[in-house]
Ligand binder design. Structure first.
Ligand code: C2E
Ligand code: CA
Ligand code: CA
Length: 765
């Protein structure tokens, strides 16, 4: 009997020791409490075995005493475990303190028992139990000492049981078993322990139960997950998924279908899986005899005008050895994603304002058309609204948008299949069409009507076309568009032309322009820009001054006229640098003339519309006249009306300040603009400059003369002087003189010439 008891005890001790080592470090807190529990259990068993085996009374007394004390600490350890396992008393230290205090008191009392024997005493006893006969130091308890120990142990144990009980009751059903198993093992072992107390056996085998309890807790607390909990949790998460899940076993029985799948198949009402089994069976039949593999496919479902897109995955389920154990389908409703993708794609390839293809979409589409049908002869037609920026500035962005929408509308109406059209950028459109569909007459007529519709009484929208006949359909589409634009570029300055065709020489033109732009910095550094002067003559024939006109003395290309580079530099943002150079040359010259006593002469300089954006004109001009010590009235500023059209009130204020400072302001090219008469009303200017050239262009000479005549008369009434440039004939001089013009400039008198020549000829010295 003793041997059996001891061997069992030793086995348990070894087993628990192994557990302590192997517990690992997951769930750290729990593992620590469990290590504590196992250690106390081991000590309890060891003390008990020693107490039974000893033949020394004192040792027996000590070991029994320790064993009793350790039962206290076993319950304390259990409480620690319960704390972490249930999450109760996590913050509350009172119970732990109370338990520890009771156990310490009890431990001291049990050790004192060695001398006082107030709790128990040991007596060597021969015991006869059934067929077994053995001798050992048996325990004889003494009341009330023993009772107090029992009370402490059992009340603490009952408290721990209560903790598990309350936790189990307060937890949702799914998790209750996690606590129940420990609660039941605890109750059973405690029950057995109590029964044992009444069946008076000399050896306290309840210690074995303590060890078993510790191990039961170890197993349930760490390893055991209530059966079905995983499965249930998984099924909850799958049930809730936004994808449909259908699960089948090896025989093709449907074992699980989540809510989403039911919804997707319209089977929300049916509770049996017959429908889904049929679905699987039919699918398997479609696969034929081929071995099943994991696959993914997309399907479309059309219901009325609603299209839905689904992505279905078939996956085999394999066990650890790779055996086929079942399969599942996952079905995702892709409708939203696909619609979103299509919307995004639409946005990426279409112009938001007009709804037709944007640059990207147009290029893509043309590329596709050319690739699919490379043999049809096609042309690329670019469309550009002339002075669109100005139109925007004059009538507002909204009106500009309306115009663009109108153009897109015409394209939509005119062009159908086989013709691709789109808006490349801003005011530029392009159309790619078979050559036989291209009809210049028809298109220009269209443009003219569109222009009339787009404009108003004072402004006619001017639209220009650049056509490139595609010779190589493999050519980059953007190059084709560039060529169309180059063609437009060649007629940019010409208001009479609507359409231009690309040819290789135009490409050369573009090349030349690029060369001019890249040569700018060097030309500035080398002083290749020269100021030419064209005299301005009074009615009586005397010299009043000159207009400064720039020339580019190119080391290779020779003299380049401003018309060839001014617009380019305006586009590239260089113009203000060039203008400032010319202004400085003019001021220098005025300073020289002043020294010579010719303060009566003035120089008019040109100001580009772009200069207003890039520099502070007030600072620049006042700075220049101060630097060179010249009178501001001698530096006349030529400004076109369109230059002040943007931010009108701001620019008009600027001009007023310049005038106040003493500069004379001239409106250049007066009469060529869009609302000249209005300008005179608003702009405070000193001189208006009319161009004879505008007269020549019109067919109705007489009417033009009347207009010119009255413009001069009106200016004079407003106290504004008039100068006419482009005067080429004596007859013109005579007419202008009668009309009241004050000054003349033109080839009739002289062409623009180098400064030295001017000075020599007009004896400025
Ligand atoms: P603009 O200011 O209207 O200058 C008058 C243009 O008419 C000059 O051309 C001049 O040579 C030309 N011209 C003068 N008399 C006659 C004539 O009797 N008949 C004809 N057919 N033409 C005549 P140019 O010098 O080629 O200048 C062209 C334009 O370039 C100028 O027009 C002006 O807008 C611009 N420009 C010239 N120099 C500068 C400059 O330094 N800065 C800026 N921003 N623009 C300039
Ligand atoms: Ca001018
Ligand atoms: Ca002019």
């Amino acid at each position: 009997m003793i041997q059996g008891f001891c061997i069992t005890g030793i086995i348990l001790v070894v087993f628990m020791a192994v557990c302590i080592v192997k517990m690992g470090s997951i769930k750290k807190e729990i593992v620590n409490t469990m290590r504590f529990l196992f250690s106390v259990a081991i000590l309890t068993v060891l003390c008990n075995i020693a107490a039974v085996l000893t033949v020394e009374e004192t040792v027996a007394m000590l070991m029994h005493g320790l064993y009793f004390a350790l039962t206290d600490w076993l319950v304390v350890a259990l409480f620690y475990f319960a704390k972490h396992y249930t999450g109760y008393f996590e913050k509350n230290k009172t119970v732990v303190r109370l338990f520890s205090f009771l156990s310490i008191v009890d431990t001291i009392s049990l050790l004192a028992n060695l001398y006082f024997k107030h709790i128990f005493y040991c007596e060597w006893t021969d015991i006869q139990q059934g067929a077994f006969e053995y001798s050992c130091y048996a325990v004889h308890t003494r009341m009330p000492g023993y009772l107090s120990h029992i009370l402490i142990v059992y009340s603490m144990a009952l408290f721990v049981i209560a903790v598990f009980f309350v936790k189990a009751r307060n937890t949702i059903k799914l998790y209750r078993r996690k606590y129940d198993v420990i609660l039941y093992s605890f109750v059973i072992i405690l029950g057995v322990n109590i029964i044992y107390r009444f069946v008076n056996i000399a050896i306290d085998i309840s210690v074995i139960f303590y060890a078993l309890l510790a191990m039961a807790i170890g197993y349930f607390g760490l390893m055991y997950i209530p059966k079905g909990l995983t499965a249930r949790l998984l099924s909850f998460s799958v049930k809730d998924m936004s994808m449909g899940i259908l699960c089948y076993d090896l025989e093709g029985n449907c074992i699980y279908v989540n809510d989403m799948a039911k919804r997707l198949f319209g089977q929300t009402q049916s509770s049996d899986y017959e429908f889904f089994e049929k679905y699987y069976a039919e699918w398997l039949e479609e696969q034929g005899d081929e071995e099943l593999v994991d696959t993914t496919w997309r399907e479309q479902q059309i219901e009325g005008d609603k299209i839905s897109y689904y992505e279905t995955k078939f996956k085999r389920l394999l066990d650890d050895e790779g055996n086929f154990v079942g399969a599942y389908f996952s079905i995702v409703d892709m409708t939203e994603e696909i619609i979103k993708y299509e919307r995004e794609r639409y946005r990426a390839t279409h112009d938001e304002l007009t709804g037709i293809f944007n640059r990207v979409g147009f290029m893509e589409q043309v590329h596709m058309v050319l690739e699919n049908d490379p043999d049809t002869k096609r042309c690329m037609m670019c469309v550009d609204v002339k002075d669109f920026k100005l139109y925007n500035e004059m009538f507002g962005v909204e009106a500009g948008d309306k115009l663009l929408i109108k153009i897109a509308g015409i394209m939509r109406q005119e062009y159908s299949e086989n013709i691709v059209y789109g808006r490349l950028s801003g005011d530029r459109f392009a159309v790619c069409m078979p050559v036989e569909r291209f009809d210049e007459q028809r298109i220009t007529n269209y443009i003219k009507t569109a222009a009339e519709k787009g404009g108003n009484e004072v402004y006619h929208v001017h639209i220009q076309l650049g056509i490139y006949f595609i010779t190589d359909s493999a050519m980059d589409v953007s190059v084709m568009c560039d060529r169309g634009m180059i063609a437009i570029q060649s007629i940019k300055q010409d208001y009479q032309k609507y359409a231009a065709y690309y040819d290789e020489t135009l490409g050369d033109q573009l090349h030349k322009e690029k060369k001019l732009i890249s040569g700018f910095e060097e030309a500035m550094d080398d002083g290749q820009f020269k100021m030419y002067l064209q005299p301005q003559i009074a009615v009586d024939g005397t010299l009043l001054g000159a207009e400064a006109l720039v020339r580019w003395m190119h080391p290779v290309d020779g003299l380049i006229p401003p018309i060839a580079f001014i617009p380019l530099f305006e586009q590239t943002g260089y113009i203000h640098k060039l203008d400032m150079r010319v202004w400085e040359l003019a001021c220098k010259k005025l300073a020289e003339w002043k020294k010579m006593g010719r303060e009566d002469l003035h120089i008019s300089v040109n100001i580009s519309a772009k200069d207003f954006y890039y520099i502070d004109l007030y600072e620049t001009f006042t700075g220049l006249v101060k630097q060179y010590g010249i009178a501001p009235k001698n530096l006349k500023l030529e400004i076109t009306e369109t230059a002040v059209m943007t931010e009108m009130s701001k620019q008009l204020k600027l001009l007023d300040r310049l005038r106040e400072f003493g500069f004379h302001i001239e409106i250049d090219d007066f009469g060529s603009g869009y609302s000249s008469l209005n300008t005179l009303k608003d702009m405070n200017v000193d001189v208006v400059k009319m161009d004879m050239g505008f007269l020549k262009k019109t067919e109705h000479q007489d009417r033009s003369r009347i207009i010119m005549d009255s413009m001069i008369a009106m200016s004079k009434k407003l106290g504004i002087a008039v100068i006419t440039e482009g005067v080429e004939t004596e007859e013109q001089v005579a007419f202008l003189r009668t009309a009241g013009c004050d000054m003349f400039q033109g080839y009739y008198f002289d062409k623009p010439m180098p400064v030295e020549q001017f000075e020599e000829k007009y004896k400025v010295s």
